[in-house]
Structure formats: C-alpha cells, structure tokens
Design a protein around this ligand. Structure first.
Ligand code: FES
Length: 154
C-alpha cells in the first residue's frame, strides 16, 4: 500500500469513527422517550352535581385518562363508583385489589362483586369476601364548578 492509499483509508476510518461517536448521543436522545414513561397527576371531571347519587345510592361514572407513552399518546377509559353515604361522598376505583379485574355494583345485593374470583366488597369498598387483600382504592375528589372532579395519575 502506498502512502496516498494509506492516508485515504486513515481519513475514511477517522471520519467513520467520528460519525459513530457523534451519533451515539443523538440516537440516545431520539430513543429516550421510548424508555421514559411520563406520569402526571391531573383532575378529571367525573360527573355533574345533578347526576350525583342520592343518599344511600351508588352511581357508576365512566371517565377517560390520557397516557403518554414515549411519543405515543393514548386514551384509556376507566370506571369509578360514586357512593353517597349521606354525610360523606366516596369515589371508589372499580379495580379489584386482588388481580385488578373490574368490579361491578350489584344494587339488589348492596355490594360490589368481582367476576374473576368471586371477591366482594361492601358499599364503602371494604372486603366482604376474599381473596381481595385490601379495600377498593378511594380516589381523591373535590366538588367545583358544579361538578365532581377526581385526581388521577396517568
Ligand atoms: S380479581 Fe377480584 S377476586 Fe380476583
């Protein structure tokens, strides 16, 4: 190999190595959102004041949360139950604390029933029948602007 060919190859090799060295942080910057899932807390309007359940009743409320997953944004429909205890309003997640199946309010039996393994909860979300290990999760809520709002993390 003569001197000219050697220098030519050396220049190509150096420029290739330089390009690779510069591309690593760039590729990392571009792909970072794939591994970083942003979690946010925000308020969601659950229902209007006039739709709240009467004392001693339970109302189902369907709401949507927006999840950010990398560059993607997707919406997830969720269900919560609003329980009017008279002196207190509860908002319960419908997610069973056993393995996460969706519980359903059965008004005739005054309890929440889980279809997966037969777990049951009372009106306040306390466990009536195992296997669920914990009560239904209570969601933070507030009344404002003529509606009931809940705090969600998505
Ligand atoms: S998921 Fe509800 S009882 Fe198992």
């Amino acid at each position: 190999m003569d001197r000219r060919a050697f220098l030519e190859r050396a220049v190509w090799l150096l420029s290739g190595m330089l390009s690779m060295a510069l591309s690593v942080p760039l590729v990392g910057y571009l792909l970072a959102p794939l591994w970083h899932r942003e979690r946010r807390r925000y308020s969601v309007r659950l229902m209007a004041e006039e739709d709240l359940p009467l004392e001693g009743e339970v109302a189902e409320a369907i709401y949507t949360v927006t999840m950010r997953d990398g560059w993607r944004e997707r919406r997830e429909v969720r269900i919560a139950y609003v329980v009017n205890l008279g002196d207190q309003l509860l908002v319960l997640s419908n997610s069973c604390t056993h393995t996460g199946c969706g519980v359903r309010w059965v008004a005739e039996q005054s309890k929440f029933v889980c279809p997966c393994h037969g777990g049951e909860f009372d009106m306040q979300g306390r466990v009536l029948k195992e296997p669920p290990p914990r009560p239904l999760r209570r969601l933070a809520h507030q009344r404002k602007e003529g509606a009931l709002w809940i705090e969600v993390e998505a």
